[in-house]
Design a protein around this ligand. Sequence first.
Ligand code: NAP
Length: 504
Amino acid sequence: MSPNKKVQPTIFVIFGGTGDLNARKLTPALYHLFLDGQLPEQFAIIGTGRTPLSDEQFRTRLLDGINQFSRTGKADKKAWSDFAEHMVYQASDVQEATTYQQFSKRIKGYEKDWDTEANVIYYLAVAPEFFPVIAGNLAKSSLTADAERTRIVIEKPFGHDLESSRELNKLLGQIFTERQIYRIDHYLGKETVQNIMAFRFANALFEPLWNRNYIDHVQISVTEQLGVGERSGYYDGAGALRDMIQNHLLQLLCLVAMEPPVDFTADEVRNRKVDVLRAMRRFAPEDVRESAVRGQYGDGWMEGKQVPGYREEPGANPTSNTETFAAVKFFVDNWRWQGVPFYVRTGKRLHRSASIITVQFKDVPHCIFPAETAESWQQNRLIISIQPEMSIRLQVQAKRPGLDMMLNTVDMVFDYKGTYTSQAPEAYETLLLDTMLGDQTLFMRGDQVEAAWDLIMPILNSWQGRASQSFPNYSADSWGPEVAEALIARDGFHWFTLPLNGKH
Ligand code: NAP
Protein backbone atom coordinates (compact mmCIF):
# COMPACT_ATOMS: atom_id res chain seq x y z
CA MET A 1 0.00 0.00 0.00
CA SER A 2 2.92 2.38 0.57
CA PRO A 3 4.82 2.75 -2.71
CA ASN A 4 8.55 3.51 -2.58
CA LYS A 5 8.94 2.86 1.12
CA LYS A 6 11.64 0.45 2.21
CA VAL A 7 11.41 -2.09 4.97
CA GLN A 8 13.81 -1.42 7.85
CA PRO A 9 15.81 -4.26 9.45
CA THR A 10 13.09 -6.46 10.93
CA ILE A 11 12.68 -9.34 13.35
CA PHE A 12 9.44 -11.30 13.13
CA VAL A 13 8.49 -13.26 16.24
CA ILE A 14 5.76 -15.72 15.28
CA PHE A 15 3.79 -17.11 18.22
CA GLY A 16 2.14 -20.24 16.89
CA GLY A 17 5.13 -20.99 14.66
CA THR A 18 4.17 -24.68 14.58
CA GLY A 19 0.52 -23.95 13.80
CA ASP A 20 -1.66 -24.18 10.73
CA LEU A 21 -1.84 -20.44 10.00
CA ASN A 22 1.93 -20.10 9.87
CA ALA A 23 2.36 -23.10 7.57
CA ARG A 24 -0.55 -22.20 5.33
CA LYS A 25 -0.33 -18.42 5.10
CA LEU A 26 2.40 -16.57 7.01
CA THR A 27 5.56 -18.36 5.90
CA PRO A 28 4.38 -18.69 2.26
CA ALA A 29 3.66 -14.93 2.30
CA LEU A 30 7.07 -14.05 3.79
CA TYR A 31 8.76 -16.38 1.31
CA HIS A 32 7.07 -14.62 -1.62
CA LEU A 33 8.02 -11.21 -0.24
CA PHE A 34 11.59 -12.52 -0.10
CA LEU A 35 11.37 -13.73 -3.72
CA ASP A 36 10.02 -10.32 -4.76
CA GLY A 37 12.97 -8.58 -3.11
CA GLN A 38 10.72 -6.82 -0.60
CA LEU A 39 12.56 -8.00 2.51
CA PRO A 40 15.71 -6.29 3.77
CA GLU A 41 18.98 -8.14 4.05
CA GLN A 42 18.79 -7.80 7.81
CA PHE A 43 15.76 -9.89 8.44
CA ALA A 44 14.99 -12.71 10.89
CA ILE A 45 12.03 -14.92 11.76
CA ILE A 46 11.85 -16.49 15.20
CA GLY A 47 9.14 -19.14 15.27
CA THR A 48 7.86 -20.44 18.57
CA GLY A 49 5.61 -23.16 19.96
CA ARG A 50 5.87 -25.82 22.65
CA THR A 51 6.72 -28.65 20.24
CA PRO A 52 10.42 -29.53 20.60
CA LEU A 53 12.05 -28.93 17.22
CA SER A 54 15.51 -28.04 15.98
CA ASP A 55 15.88 -25.08 13.61
CA GLU A 56 16.31 -27.57 10.78
CA GLN A 57 13.17 -29.54 11.67
CA PHE A 58 11.22 -26.29 11.89
CA ARG A 59 12.41 -25.22 8.44
CA THR A 60 11.56 -28.61 6.94
CA ARG A 61 8.03 -28.43 8.33
CA LEU A 62 7.52 -25.03 6.79
CA LEU A 63 9.02 -26.10 3.49
CA ASP A 64 6.32 -28.78 3.39
CA GLY A 65 3.80 -25.99 3.96
CA ILE A 66 5.20 -23.96 1.06
CA ASN A 67 5.18 -26.97 -1.25
CA GLN A 68 1.57 -27.62 -0.34
CA PHE A 69 0.07 -24.13 -0.11
CA SER A 70 2.25 -21.69 -2.05
CA ARG A 71 0.58 -19.78 -4.89
CA THR A 72 3.62 -20.44 -7.08
CA GLY A 73 3.89 -24.15 -6.43
CA LYS A 74 6.88 -26.00 -5.03
CA ALA A 75 9.72 -23.93 -3.62
CA ASP A 76 12.86 -23.36 -5.61
CA LYS A 77 15.66 -25.20 -3.77
CA LYS A 78 18.21 -22.38 -3.79
CA ALA A 79 15.69 -19.63 -3.06
CA TRP A 80 14.24 -21.62 -0.17
CA SER A 81 17.62 -22.34 1.34
CA ASP A 82 18.55 -18.61 1.13
CA PHE A 83 15.25 -17.69 2.76
CA ALA A 84 15.35 -20.42 5.40
CA GLU A 85 18.71 -19.15 6.70
CA HIS A 86 16.74 -16.26 8.20
CA MET A 87 14.53 -18.60 10.26
CA VAL A 88 15.13 -20.01 13.72
CA TYR A 89 12.93 -21.88 16.18
CA GLN A 90 12.54 -21.45 19.90
CA ALA A 91 10.63 -24.18 21.73
CA SER A 92 8.86 -22.46 24.61
CA ASP A 93 5.59 -21.89 26.39
CA VAL A 94 4.02 -18.44 26.06
CA GLN A 95 2.99 -18.56 29.71
CA GLU A 96 6.55 -18.72 31.05
CA ALA A 97 8.67 -15.68 31.79
CA THR A 98 11.86 -17.36 30.52
CA THR A 99 10.34 -17.47 27.02
CA TYR A 100 10.50 -13.69 26.85
CA GLN A 101 14.00 -13.51 28.32
CA GLN A 102 15.11 -15.80 25.49
CA PHE A 103 13.43 -13.55 22.91
CA SER A 104 15.11 -10.53 24.40
CA LYS A 105 18.50 -12.24 24.17
CA ARG A 106 17.94 -13.26 20.56
CA ILE A 107 16.74 -9.80 19.53
CA LYS A 108 19.76 -8.15 21.14
CA GLY A 109 21.97 -10.72 19.40
CA TYR A 110 20.58 -9.84 15.96
CA GLU A 111 20.88 -6.12 16.61
CA LYS A 112 24.49 -6.56 17.67
CA ASP A 113 25.31 -8.64 14.58
CA TRP A 114 23.58 -6.16 12.32
CA ASP A 115 24.99 -3.18 14.15
CA THR A 116 21.63 -1.44 14.05
CA GLU A 117 18.32 -1.30 15.87
CA ALA A 118 15.62 -3.49 14.34
CA ASN A 119 11.85 -3.23 14.10
CA VAL A 120 10.32 -6.14 16.00
CA ILE A 121 6.93 -7.55 15.00
CA TYR A 122 5.16 -9.93 17.36
CA TYR A 123 2.65 -11.99 15.39
CA LEU A 124 0.05 -13.72 17.55
CA ALA A 125 -0.98 -16.77 15.49
CA VAL A 126 -2.32 -18.52 18.58
CA ALA A 127 -5.72 -19.06 20.19
CA PRO A 128 -7.31 -15.82 21.45
CA GLU A 129 -7.06 -16.80 25.11
CA PHE A 130 -3.30 -16.26 24.78
CA PHE A 131 -3.57 -12.67 23.49
CA PRO A 132 -3.68 -11.08 26.98
CA VAL A 133 -1.05 -13.51 28.31
CA ILE A 134 1.44 -12.72 25.54
CA ALA A 135 0.77 -8.98 25.53
CA GLY A 136 1.20 -8.84 29.32
CA ASN A 137 4.42 -10.87 29.26
CA LEU A 138 5.89 -8.81 26.44
CA ALA A 139 5.24 -5.67 28.47
CA LYS A 140 6.68 -7.16 31.68
CA SER A 141 9.85 -8.07 29.84
CA SER A 142 10.10 -4.52 28.40
CA LEU A 143 9.98 -6.00 24.90
CA THR A 144 7.48 -3.41 23.72
CA ALA A 145 8.98 -0.34 25.33
CA ASP A 146 10.06 1.23 22.03
CA ALA A 147 6.72 2.32 20.56
CA GLU A 148 8.33 3.32 17.25
CA ARG A 149 10.03 -0.01 16.63
CA THR A 150 7.74 -2.68 18.09
CA ARG A 151 4.38 -3.82 16.69
CA ILE A 152 1.88 -6.50 17.57
CA VAL A 153 -0.27 -8.33 15.01
CA ILE A 154 -3.48 -9.95 16.18
CA GLU A 155 -5.51 -12.47 14.26
CA LYS A 156 -9.27 -12.67 14.39
CA PRO A 157 -11.38 -13.41 16.38
CA PHE A 158 -10.92 -10.05 18.06
CA GLY A 159 -13.17 -10.62 21.03
CA HIS A 160 -16.20 -12.84 21.32
CA ASP A 161 -18.70 -10.04 21.78
CA LEU A 162 -18.75 -6.32 22.45
CA GLU A 163 -17.72 -6.62 26.07
CA SER A 164 -14.76 -8.95 25.47
CA SER A 165 -13.53 -6.86 22.53
CA ARG A 166 -13.65 -3.75 24.73
CA GLU A 167 -11.71 -5.56 27.43
CA LEU A 168 -9.09 -6.70 24.97
CA ASN A 169 -8.77 -3.21 23.49
CA LYS A 170 -8.43 -1.79 26.97
CA LEU A 171 -5.73 -4.27 27.91
CA LEU A 172 -3.80 -3.70 24.68
CA GLY A 173 -4.21 0.04 25.13
CA GLN A 174 -2.40 -0.15 28.48
CA ILE A 175 0.61 -1.74 26.81
CA PHE A 176 0.68 -0.45 23.23
CA THR A 177 -0.25 2.74 21.41
CA GLU A 178 -2.91 2.23 18.70
CA ARG A 179 -0.16 2.80 16.12
CA GLN A 180 1.54 -0.38 17.30
CA ILE A 181 -1.53 -2.62 17.02
CA TYR A 182 -2.32 -4.40 13.75
CA ARG A 183 -5.65 -6.23 13.88
CA ILE A 184 -5.80 -8.42 10.79
CA ASP A 185 -8.91 -8.93 8.72
CA HIS A 186 -7.29 -10.74 5.81
CA TYR A 187 -10.20 -9.84 3.51
CA LEU A 188 -8.92 -6.27 3.48
CA GLY A 189 -5.65 -7.41 1.92
CA LYS A 190 -7.30 -9.08 -1.06
CA GLU A 191 -6.57 -7.38 -4.39
CA THR A 192 -10.20 -7.23 -5.41
CA VAL A 193 -11.20 -5.74 -2.07
CA GLN A 194 -8.51 -3.05 -2.27
CA ASN A 195 -9.73 -2.32 -5.77
CA ILE A 196 -13.16 -1.28 -4.48
CA MET A 197 -11.59 1.95 -3.27
CA ALA A 198 -9.67 2.46 -6.51
CA PHE A 199 -12.81 1.80 -8.51
CA ARG A 200 -14.93 4.20 -6.47
CA PHE A 201 -12.47 7.03 -5.87
CA ALA A 202 -10.18 6.98 -8.91
CA ASN A 203 -13.03 7.20 -11.45
CA ALA A 204 -15.35 10.14 -11.95
CA LEU A 205 -17.97 7.94 -13.58
CA PHE A 206 -19.49 6.06 -10.67
CA GLU A 207 -19.42 8.41 -7.71
CA PRO A 208 -22.31 10.65 -8.94
CA LEU A 209 -24.51 7.53 -9.18
CA TRP A 210 -23.36 6.03 -5.89
CA ASN A 211 -26.30 6.97 -3.71
CA ARG A 212 -29.97 6.45 -2.89
CA ASN A 213 -31.12 8.30 -6.03
CA TYR A 214 -29.70 5.68 -8.37
CA ILE A 215 -29.06 2.57 -6.31
CA ASP A 216 -31.90 0.23 -5.57
CA HIS A 217 -30.17 -2.16 -3.19
CA VAL A 218 -26.81 -3.78 -2.45
CA GLN A 219 -26.02 -7.46 -1.83
CA ILE A 220 -22.89 -8.88 -0.27
CA SER A 221 -22.66 -12.63 -0.46
CA VAL A 222 -19.80 -14.80 0.79
CA THR A 223 -20.63 -18.45 0.26
CA GLU A 224 -18.48 -21.50 0.94
CA GLN A 225 -18.75 -25.08 -0.25
CA LEU A 226 -16.67 -26.39 2.62
CA GLY A 227 -18.28 -27.57 5.82
CA VAL A 228 -16.82 -27.10 9.27
CA GLY A 229 -14.91 -30.38 9.11
CA GLU A 230 -12.50 -30.80 12.03
CA ARG A 231 -12.94 -27.21 13.23
CA SER A 232 -16.22 -27.60 15.10
CA GLY A 233 -14.41 -27.18 18.43
CA TYR A 234 -13.72 -23.56 17.49
CA TYR A 235 -16.73 -22.99 15.26
CA ASP A 236 -19.40 -24.13 17.67
CA GLY A 237 -18.59 -21.22 19.97
CA ALA A 238 -18.59 -18.77 17.07
CA GLY A 239 -21.12 -19.28 14.26
CA ALA A 240 -21.52 -17.48 10.94
CA LEU A 241 -22.49 -14.10 12.38
CA ARG A 242 -19.38 -13.83 14.57
CA ASP A 243 -17.01 -15.65 12.24
CA MET A 244 -17.87 -13.81 9.01
CA ILE A 245 -20.41 -11.01 9.25
CA GLN A 246 -18.95 -9.13 12.24
CA ASN A 247 -15.67 -8.76 10.40
CA HIS A 248 -15.30 -9.61 6.69
CA LEU A 249 -18.80 -8.81 5.42
CA LEU A 250 -19.20 -5.61 7.42
CA GLN A 251 -15.80 -4.45 6.21
CA LEU A 252 -16.89 -5.02 2.62
CA LEU A 253 -20.08 -3.11 3.34
CA CYS A 254 -18.03 -0.20 4.72
CA LEU A 255 -15.94 -0.06 1.54
CA VAL A 256 -19.09 0.13 -0.58
CA ALA A 257 -20.87 2.66 1.62
CA MET A 258 -18.08 4.95 2.90
CA GLU A 259 -17.78 8.61 1.98
CA PRO A 260 -14.70 9.62 -0.03
CA PRO A 261 -11.77 10.08 2.38
CA VAL A 262 -9.82 13.33 2.15
CA ASP A 263 -6.69 11.36 1.35
CA PHE A 264 -5.42 7.82 1.40
CA THR A 265 -3.96 7.83 4.88
CA ALA A 266 -4.74 5.15 7.44
CA ASP A 267 -6.71 7.30 9.83
CA GLU A 268 -8.67 9.12 7.12
CA VAL A 269 -9.76 5.84 5.48
CA ARG A 270 -10.59 4.21 8.79
CA ASN A 271 -12.52 7.27 10.02
CA ARG A 272 -14.79 7.07 6.99
CA LYS A 273 -15.38 3.37 7.60
CA VAL A 274 -16.25 3.94 11.23
CA ASP A 275 -18.71 6.63 10.09
CA VAL A 276 -20.56 3.92 8.14
CA LEU A 277 -20.71 1.54 11.09
CA ARG A 278 -21.93 4.34 13.34
CA ALA A 279 -24.63 5.28 10.83
CA MET A 280 -25.94 1.74 10.52
CA ARG A 281 -29.40 1.27 11.94
CA ARG A 282 -29.40 -0.53 15.27
CA PHE A 283 -31.79 -3.43 15.75
CA ALA A 284 -34.32 -3.29 18.54
CA PRO A 285 -34.82 -6.83 19.93
CA GLU A 286 -38.23 -7.02 18.23
CA ASP A 287 -36.67 -6.14 14.82
CA VAL A 288 -34.29 -9.07 14.77
CA ARG A 289 -36.79 -11.62 13.43
CA GLU A 290 -37.67 -9.28 10.55
CA SER A 291 -34.12 -8.45 9.57
CA ALA A 292 -31.91 -11.43 10.39
CA VAL A 293 -32.25 -15.14 9.63
CA ARG A 294 -30.05 -18.11 10.39
CA GLY A 295 -29.49 -21.63 9.17
CA GLN A 296 -27.58 -24.81 9.92
CA TYR A 297 -26.66 -27.35 7.29
CA GLY A 298 -27.95 -30.89 7.28
CA ASP A 299 -26.35 -33.76 5.42
CA GLY A 300 -26.48 -34.21 1.68
CA TRP A 301 -24.39 -34.75 -1.42
CA MET A 302 -21.73 -32.45 -2.80
CA GLU A 303 -20.06 -33.12 -6.11
CA GLY A 304 -20.92 -36.82 -5.91
CA LYS A 305 -19.82 -37.29 -2.29
CA GLN A 306 -22.06 -37.81 0.69
CA VAL A 307 -21.32 -35.20 3.37
CA PRO A 308 -22.42 -35.07 7.02
CA GLY A 309 -24.69 -32.46 8.54
CA TYR A 310 -23.15 -29.91 10.92
CA ARG A 311 -24.28 -31.82 13.99
CA GLU A 312 -22.60 -34.98 12.69
CA GLU A 313 -19.21 -33.39 11.94
CA PRO A 314 -16.29 -34.88 13.94
CA GLY A 315 -16.41 -33.66 17.54
CA ALA A 316 -19.60 -31.63 16.98
CA ASN A 317 -22.31 -31.14 19.55
CA PRO A 318 -25.25 -33.29 18.29
CA THR A 319 -27.79 -30.73 19.54
CA SER A 320 -25.82 -27.63 18.55
CA ASN A 321 -27.74 -24.40 18.03
CA THR A 322 -24.84 -22.72 16.20
CA GLU A 323 -25.69 -21.15 12.87
CA THR A 324 -23.61 -22.07 9.83
CA PHE A 325 -25.56 -19.61 7.69
CA ALA A 326 -26.68 -16.06 8.41
CA ALA A 327 -28.38 -13.40 6.34
CA VAL A 328 -29.09 -9.86 7.53
CA LYS A 329 -30.78 -6.83 6.02
CA PHE A 330 -28.99 -3.64 7.11
CA PHE A 331 -29.70 0.05 6.55
CA VAL A 332 -27.23 2.92 6.65
CA ASP A 333 -29.03 5.91 8.07
CA ASN A 334 -27.34 8.87 6.40
CA TRP A 335 -28.07 11.18 3.48
CA ARG A 336 -26.37 9.00 0.90
CA TRP A 337 -28.02 5.71 1.76
CA GLN A 338 -31.34 6.42 3.43
CA GLY A 339 -33.83 3.72 2.42
CA VAL A 340 -31.35 1.56 0.47
CA PRO A 341 -31.25 -1.99 1.87
CA PHE A 342 -27.89 -3.78 2.18
CA TYR A 343 -28.46 -7.54 2.23
CA VAL A 344 -25.58 -9.67 3.42
CA ARG A 345 -25.42 -13.43 3.57
CA THR A 346 -22.81 -16.03 4.32
CA GLY A 347 -22.84 -19.75 4.89
CA LYS A 348 -21.05 -23.06 4.71
CA ARG A 349 -21.81 -26.13 2.61
CA LEU A 350 -23.50 -24.02 -0.03
CA HIS A 351 -23.75 -24.78 -3.72
CA ARG A 352 -20.69 -22.76 -4.70
CA SER A 353 -17.80 -20.86 -3.09
CA ALA A 354 -17.95 -17.24 -4.17
CA SER A 355 -17.60 -13.76 -2.69
CA ILE A 356 -19.62 -11.21 -4.62
CA ILE A 357 -20.84 -7.67 -4.11
CA THR A 358 -23.80 -6.72 -6.28
CA VAL A 359 -24.95 -3.13 -6.62
CA GLN A 360 -28.32 -3.02 -8.31
CA PHE A 361 -29.29 0.31 -9.87
CA LYS A 362 -32.82 1.64 -10.15
CA ASP A 363 -34.88 0.92 -13.23
CA VAL A 364 -35.12 3.41 -16.09
CA PRO A 365 -37.75 6.06 -15.28
CA HIS A 366 -39.69 5.29 -18.46
CA CYS A 367 -39.21 2.48 -20.94
CA ILE A 368 -39.71 3.47 -24.56
CA PHE A 369 -39.42 -0.08 -25.86
CA PRO A 370 -42.45 -2.35 -26.15
CA ALA A 371 -42.50 -5.23 -23.65
CA GLU A 372 -41.89 -7.86 -26.36
CA THR A 373 -38.47 -6.35 -27.28
CA ALA A 374 -36.95 -7.30 -23.98
CA GLU A 375 -35.92 -10.91 -23.80
CA SER A 376 -34.49 -10.52 -20.34
CA TRP A 377 -35.13 -7.06 -19.03
CA GLN A 378 -32.92 -6.34 -16.10
CA GLN A 379 -31.96 -3.29 -14.09
CA ASN A 380 -28.30 -2.32 -14.40
CA ARG A 381 -26.03 -4.13 -12.02
CA LEU A 382 -22.46 -3.69 -11.00
CA ILE A 383 -20.96 -6.94 -9.80
CA ILE A 384 -17.67 -6.96 -7.95
CA SER A 385 -16.47 -10.54 -7.77
CA ILE A 386 -13.81 -10.97 -5.10
CA GLN A 387 -13.15 -14.71 -5.35
CA PRO A 388 -12.68 -17.14 -6.95
CA GLU A 389 -13.29 -15.06 -10.08
CA MET A 390 -11.60 -11.67 -9.77
CA SER A 391 -13.61 -9.29 -11.88
CA ILE A 392 -15.83 -6.25 -12.04
CA ARG A 393 -18.76 -6.46 -14.42
CA LEU A 394 -21.30 -3.86 -15.37
CA GLN A 395 -24.49 -5.38 -16.68
CA VAL A 396 -26.31 -3.20 -19.19
CA GLN A 397 -29.13 -3.63 -21.68
CA ALA A 398 -28.07 -3.69 -25.33
CA LYS A 399 -29.58 -4.42 -28.70
CA ARG A 400 -29.16 -8.00 -29.78
CA PRO A 401 -27.65 -8.25 -33.30
CA GLY A 402 -30.37 -8.80 -35.91
CA LEU A 403 -33.02 -7.09 -37.95
CA ASP A 404 -35.44 -6.69 -35.04
CA MET A 405 -35.07 -4.36 -32.10
CA MET A 406 -34.57 -6.95 -29.38
CA LEU A 407 -32.91 -6.14 -26.09
CA ASN A 408 -30.66 -8.33 -24.05
CA THR A 409 -28.47 -8.04 -20.93
CA VAL A 410 -24.75 -7.91 -21.66
CA ASP A 411 -21.71 -7.64 -19.40
CA MET A 412 -18.91 -5.10 -19.67
CA VAL A 413 -16.13 -6.95 -17.90
CA PHE A 414 -12.85 -6.04 -16.25
CA ASP A 415 -11.25 -9.40 -15.62
CA TYR A 416 -7.99 -9.44 -13.65
CA LYS A 417 -6.63 -12.53 -15.34
CA GLY A 418 -7.34 -11.20 -18.82
CA THR A 419 -5.95 -7.74 -18.08
CA TYR A 420 -2.85 -8.50 -16.02
CA THR A 421 -0.38 -11.27 -16.63
CA SER A 422 1.36 -10.96 -13.26
CA GLN A 423 -0.07 -13.06 -10.43
CA ALA A 424 -1.90 -11.18 -7.71
CA PRO A 425 -0.16 -11.38 -4.33
CA GLU A 426 -1.93 -13.22 -1.54
CA ALA A 427 -3.69 -11.01 1.01
CA TYR A 428 -1.15 -11.96 3.68
CA GLU A 429 1.74 -10.74 1.52
CA THR A 430 0.19 -7.29 1.31
CA LEU A 431 -0.68 -7.24 4.99
CA LEU A 432 2.69 -8.48 6.26
CA LEU A 433 4.52 -5.98 4.09
CA ASP A 434 2.27 -3.19 5.36
CA THR A 435 3.00 -4.23 8.94
CA MET A 436 6.71 -3.98 8.25
CA LEU A 437 6.24 -0.60 6.57
CA GLY A 438 4.07 0.69 9.41
CA ASP A 439 1.03 1.30 7.21
CA GLN A 440 -2.22 0.59 9.06
CA THR A 441 -4.70 1.50 6.31
CA LEU A 442 -5.80 -2.11 5.75
CA PHE A 443 -5.99 -3.04 9.43
CA MET A 444 -8.88 -2.73 11.85
CA ARG A 445 -8.74 0.05 14.40
CA GLY A 446 -10.05 -0.66 17.90
CA ASP A 447 -13.13 1.56 17.54
CA GLN A 448 -13.96 -0.08 14.18
CA VAL A 449 -14.01 -3.53 15.78
CA GLU A 450 -16.15 -2.34 18.67
CA ALA A 451 -18.62 -0.54 16.37
CA ALA A 452 -19.08 -3.77 14.38
CA TRP A 453 -19.72 -5.78 17.56
CA ASP A 454 -22.11 -3.14 18.83
CA LEU A 455 -24.14 -3.43 15.63
CA ILE A 456 -24.57 -7.20 15.72
CA MET A 457 -25.02 -7.69 19.47
CA PRO A 458 -28.85 -7.54 19.38
CA ILE A 459 -28.86 -10.35 16.80
CA LEU A 460 -26.37 -12.45 18.77
CA ASN A 461 -28.35 -11.95 21.97
CA SER A 462 -31.64 -12.77 20.31
CA TRP A 463 -30.29 -15.96 18.70
CA GLN A 464 -28.59 -17.06 21.86
CA GLY A 465 -31.75 -16.55 23.86
CA ARG A 466 -34.00 -18.50 21.51
CA ALA A 467 -32.79 -21.84 20.19
CA SER A 468 -33.81 -22.55 16.62
CA GLN A 469 -36.52 -25.19 16.37
CA SER A 470 -35.87 -25.79 12.67
CA PHE A 471 -32.13 -26.70 12.62
CA PRO A 472 -30.90 -28.25 10.40
CA ASN A 473 -32.86 -26.17 7.92
CA TYR A 474 -30.86 -26.40 4.70
CA SER A 475 -29.21 -29.27 2.96
CA ALA A 476 -25.67 -29.43 1.70
CA ASP A 477 -25.24 -28.12 -1.86
CA SER A 478 -28.21 -25.74 -1.59
CA TRP A 479 -28.14 -21.92 -1.40
CA GLY A 480 -29.18 -21.88 2.24
CA PRO A 481 -32.45 -21.97 4.14
CA GLU A 482 -35.78 -20.83 2.72
CA VAL A 483 -36.03 -18.09 5.34
CA ALA A 484 -33.09 -16.39 3.60
CA GLU A 485 -34.95 -16.39 0.30
CA ALA A 486 -37.99 -14.99 2.06
CA LEU A 487 -35.95 -12.23 3.73
CA ILE A 488 -35.03 -10.70 0.38
CA ALA A 489 -38.12 -11.80 -1.59
CA ARG A 490 -40.36 -9.77 0.75
CA ASP A 491 -38.78 -6.66 -0.78
CA GLY A 492 -39.21 -7.94 -4.33
CA PHE A 493 -35.57 -9.02 -4.87
CA HIS A 494 -33.70 -12.31 -5.03
CA TRP A 495 -30.17 -13.34 -4.12
CA PHE A 496 -27.85 -12.88 -7.02
CA THR A 497 -25.33 -15.57 -7.98
CA LEU A 498 -22.73 -15.15 -10.65
CA PRO A 499 -23.16 -17.85 -13.30
CA LEU A 500 -20.15 -20.13 -13.74
CA ASN A 501 -17.61 -18.45 -16.06
CA GLY A 502 -19.75 -15.34 -15.88
CA LYS A 503 -21.91 -16.58 -18.80
CA HIS A 504 -25.64 -15.96 -18.86
P1 NAP B 1 -3.27 -24.09 15.48
O1 NAP B 1 -2.86 -24.81 14.25
O2 NAP B 1 -4.05 -24.80 16.52
O3 NAP B 1 -1.93 -23.53 16.14
C1 NAP B 1 -1.88 -23.07 17.46
C2 NAP B 1 -0.44 -22.69 17.78
O4 NAP B 1 -0.40 -22.23 19.13
C3 NAP B 1 0.52 -23.85 17.64
O5 NAP B 1 1.70 -23.38 17.00
C4 NAP B 1 0.83 -24.20 19.11
O6 NAP B 1 2.13 -24.67 19.23
C5 NAP B 1 0.72 -22.84 19.75
N1 NAP B 1 0.50 -22.92 21.19
C6 NAP B 1 -0.58 -23.42 21.83
N2 NAP B 1 -0.41 -23.32 23.17
C7 NAP B 1 0.81 -22.76 23.36
C8 NAP B 1 1.54 -22.39 24.51
N3 NAP B 1 1.06 -22.57 25.74
N4 NAP B 1 2.76 -21.85 24.35
C9 NAP B 1 3.28 -21.67 23.10
N5 NAP B 1 2.61 -21.96 21.97
C10 NAP B 1 1.39 -22.51 22.10
O7 NAP B 1 -4.08 -22.75 15.16
P2 NAP B 1 -4.08 -21.89 13.81
O8 NAP B 1 -5.08 -22.46 12.88
O9 NAP B 1 -2.69 -21.69 13.33
O10 NAP B 1 -4.70 -20.52 14.32
C11 NAP B 1 -3.99 -19.59 15.11
C12 NAP B 1 -4.83 -18.33 15.28
O11 NAP B 1 -5.08 -17.76 14.02
C13 NAP B 1 -6.20 -18.57 15.91
O12 NAP B 1 -6.54 -17.46 16.70
C14 NAP B 1 -7.12 -18.67 14.72
O13 NAP B 1 -8.45 -18.31 15.03
C15 NAP B 1 -6.48 -17.64 13.80
N6 NAP B 1 -6.74 -17.87 12.38
C16 NAP B 1 -6.31 -19.01 11.75
C17 NAP B 1 -6.54 -19.18 10.39
C18 NAP B 1 -6.04 -20.41 9.64
O14 NAP B 1 -6.15 -20.43 8.41
N7 NAP B 1 -5.51 -21.41 10.29
C19 NAP B 1 -7.22 -18.19 9.66
C20 NAP B 1 -7.64 -17.03 10.33
C21 NAP B 1 -7.38 -16.88 11.68
P3 NAP B 1 2.49 -26.05 19.96
O15 NAP B 1 1.39 -27.02 19.69
O16 NAP B 1 3.80 -26.42 19.32
O17 NAP B 1 2.63 -25.68 21.39
